[in-house]
Design a protein around this ligand. Structure first.
Ligand code: KDG
Length: 354
């Protein structure tokens, strides 16, 4: 087990970026990364790969991306180096994907939600309460149906390598404890840049506004918005509890991340290196999903220790939210594709039977 401590320098840069005065300094006890196996590749040139992330240094995403770098470095005798830039330093998800297209950035790991600009069917992940638990999530992410969506990036200038977990999204706000859909009425909620996400919160009676992740902390601090929604690990590692008193365990959406590379960078790599990058992305994804699971309950407890009121919802309360957002399915079914939605639902049902 390993505990990661946050470097002082990173705290300073995060503060400058408006991510909160001090980042959470600690992580839970985390599994060590799996041993790096496989031969060292023959010399096929040297590369430095820059990866931009929206999340902080203590996030499962950052830690697994460091592991991705270690795999590449070790298997190429240091000839491939990976530099990771957290906290939206290089841009937000949408901007960083554009940078991949132009080749001004090598890699990023955005949520699927803003990536629907490139592959509209990814909006299936934005549908509320589609994925009920982590077993179902992992089954979906490993399915051919989901993996085929990664191939759809072909021709966009982006090479999509693998899914990572972001986690179940939970609502936070600065106004009141939310236990039922009625409590949402009138709240101004930040959503990811995605029309289905906006539709969820409109349907629930909120005033949603789409915003890049890097702007969320300041918007909440300045009272521009009342709340936002993200997994507990992100709420904690981005210090949202400093500006939000209430959280509700709504688990309303499970949108994964996609680890992606600029096609321009990809094309500069020798085929042996390309194969290694693909392998390392999949190994890092597996490690990240493990870390994300270790963060879940721990993050919620830490938030409570930091004084946040976390409202847990029982099955009936969750069902009330589920009923309230049904119109979102009616609105988006044709656009996303009824067949795709059914395929994902079938994978979810099968995972429950196992
Ligand atoms: O690196 C990923 C983040 O930029 C972002 O996708 C986090 O879930 C997120 C959000 O709410 O924007």
């Amino acid at each position: 087990m390993t505990r990661y401590w946050l470097p002082a320098l990173a705290t300073a840069s995060a503060t400058a970026l408006g991510m909160g005065a001090a980042l959470a300094a600690e992580t839970p006890d985390l599994s060590d990364p799996p041993p790096i196996e496989g031969e060292t590749l023959e010399d096929a040139g040297s590369h430095t790969i820059r990866v931009g992330l929206g999340l902080a240094e203590t996030s499962p995403l950052y830690i697994s991306t460091e592991h991705f770098g270690e795999i590449l470095s070790e298997r190429t005798d240091g000839r491939i180096k990976v530099e990771v830039f957290p906290n939206s330093q290089l841009g937000d998800d949408a901007q960083m994907m554009e940078m991949l297209q132009t080749g001004s950035l090598d890699m990023t790991i955005p949520s699927t939600s803003p990536a629907t600009t490139y592959v509209p069917e990814l909006a299936v992940f934005d549908l509320p309460f589609l994925i009920p638990d982590r077993d179902a999530a992992v089954a979906v992410l490993q399915s051919d149906v989901a993996l085929d969506l990664l191939d759809e990036f072909e021709g966009s200038g982006i090479k999509a390598l693998a899914y990572h977990e972001n986690g179940f999204r939970q609502l936070t706000n600065s106004e009141k404890a939310v236990a039922s859909p009625d409590d949402i009425e009138g709240l101004t909620i930040r959503t990811m840049e995605n029309p289905v996400q906006l539709s969820i919160w409109e349907t629930l009676g909120a005033s949603p506004t789409a915003m890049a992740f890097g702007e969320v902390f300041s918007a909440m601090e300045q009272g521009v918005i009342d709340g936002q929604e993200n997994p507990f690990s992100t709420i904690l590692t981005s210090n949202f509890h400093e500006v939000q008193d209430h959280a509700s365990e709504t688990r309303h959406v499970y949108t994964p991340f996609i680890i992606m590379m600029s096609e321009r960078t990809w094309d500069t790599l020798d085929p042996s290196y390309q194969e290694l990058v693909q392998e390392a992305a999949e190994q890092a994804a597996e490690y990240e999903i493990q870390l994300a699971s270790e963060y879940d309950d721990w993050s919620r407890e830490q938030l409570e220790e930091h004084g946040m009121e976390v409202t847990r919802l029982d099955e009936d309360q969750i069902a009330a939210f589920q009923d309230a957002v049904q119109p979102v399915y009616d609105e988006w079914e044709d656009e996303i594709g009824a067949e795709l939605i059914e395929e994902i639902q079938a994978i979810v049902d099968d995972s429950a039977d196992e």
